[in-house]
Design a protein around this ligand. Structure first.
Ligand code: FAQ
Length: 331
């Protein structure tokens, strides 16, 4: 069966969930979006816009902290001091991205504490790709290069979206991700042009990760639930298939250029349509993974749960401090 990154028609039904909104306010809101204005936290917005944005930004924030774990396990084992320092800086950046994104999501009303509770309890999603293991240094390099590359494709588009706090967070994040991408590319090139064993390791890691990379951008447009409303309100500025196609356009030639191959005999660009064709990803497996049943879901959430439990005393101490008035010591 073939997939294609060509733009499938998105559902054209009127969005539901707007029945209770004031039609005049809704029309003004949509006119502002059409004019390219940014929506700010204090502005009027439909409840559905708030709900959708909270869901998406929160999932994005979770993806950053959970996403720091597979690479984080390689800090102590990175080959050499320079790689170790760079890996550590990258992981710190990813956690910083989560901080920015939680702050952006909080402007919509949900508290950070509740978001973290929902993550640990498995109520909120995070990116499927971080539920796969990184058994070798080469696997970590695939994340640093190609997952960051995918993230940039998605985030550069959405940084031009409608919600001010999210766009400003994405601008900052993209600047840092651009550095991660170069670091990842350098690490992959180093392995791919190294000894035959290093090259083999790199190829095997790429083979392991390719199916997950193909699903990173979300289900095909014909299966996507939220794309239509999110694109109507300029939260998503490109559909899942458009992002996937742009990623393939930009990175498949670079992968081939360094002599690596991709484990999909059907992968080719249709020069007439400009769209890439590929073997349809296993969407049933994707659904299982995003719903908690991937190879590392339990392990990833256990790490987060332990972090919450181990940090509880710090949060208690900080909030206790807030309840006491600061008394200036006597001179
Ligand atoms: N993984 O209707 P759609 C990074 C869910 S950041 C898990 O198409 P939508 C940085 C979706 O939530 C990576 N779940 O959804 C880094 C929905 O479920 P729900 C994260 C997925 O929102 C690099 C259902 O499937 N980036 O990597 C995924 O229109 C290296 C239906 O899907 C962002 O979060 C998936 N891949 O489009 C860190 C960017 N795809 O909520 C460390 C912002 C879909 O109804 C190391 N988010 N689902 O239960 C987005 O752009 C969008 O939310 C999409 C999904 C494109 C991810």
């Amino acid at each position: 069966m073939y997939g294609s990154a060509s733009t499938h028609d998105l559902p054209s039904t009127a969005p539901t969930g707007l029945e209770n909104e004031d039609p005049i306010l809704l029309a003004e809101f949509e006119a502002r979006i059409a004019r390219g204005e940014k929506i700010e936290p204090g502005d009027w917005m439909p409840a559905l816009y708030r709900k959708q944005l909270t869901r998406m930004i929160e999932q994005h924030a979770h993806s950053e902290i959970i996403g720091s774990l597979p690479e984080g396990t390689w800090i102590t084992r990175a080959p050499g001091f320079r790689r170790k320092m760079a890996q550590m800086a990258k992981v710190q950046d990813e956690v910083g991205h989560a901080q920015l994104l939680y702050s952006a999501a909080e402007t919509l009303g949900k508290t950070r504490e509740q978001m973290l509770v929902d993550l640990i309890n498995g109520k909120s999603k995070y990116s499927n790709v971080f539920n796969y293991p990184t058994p070798t240094w080469a696997d970590s390099n695939v994340i640093s290069w190609l997952i960051d590359a995918g993230a940039i494709v998605n985030q550069l588009a959405n940084a031009k979206g409608s919600y001010g706090p999210y766009c400003r967070a994405l601008d900052r994040i993209c600047a840092e991700e651009a550095f991660h991408l170069k670091y990842g590319h350098d690490a992959v090139v180093h392995m791919a042009t190294g000894t035959p064993i290093q090259r083999k390791m790199m190829q095997e890691a790429l083979n392991r990760w390719w199916p997950a990379i193909m699903t990173f951008f979300g289900p095909s447009d014909k299966m996507s639930v939220h794309t239509e409303i999110l694109m109507r309100w300029k939260v998503k500025m490109a559909s899942n298939d458009e992002c996937r196609n742009q990623f393939l356009d930009m990175y498949v030639p670079k992968i081939w250029e360094i002599g690596l191959t991709l484990p999909d005999a059907n992968l080719r660009k249709n020069e007439e349509t400009g769209q890439w064709e590929f073997t349809e990803p296993d969407w049933e497996d994707f659904k299982r993974v995003i719903n908690g049943d991937g190879p590392c879901n339990a392990e990833r959430l256990a790490v987060r749960r332990a972090a919450e439990e181990n940090g509880a005393w710090v949060r208690r101490a900080l909030s206790a401090g807030k309840t006491h008035q600061y008394v200036r010591p006597l001179a």
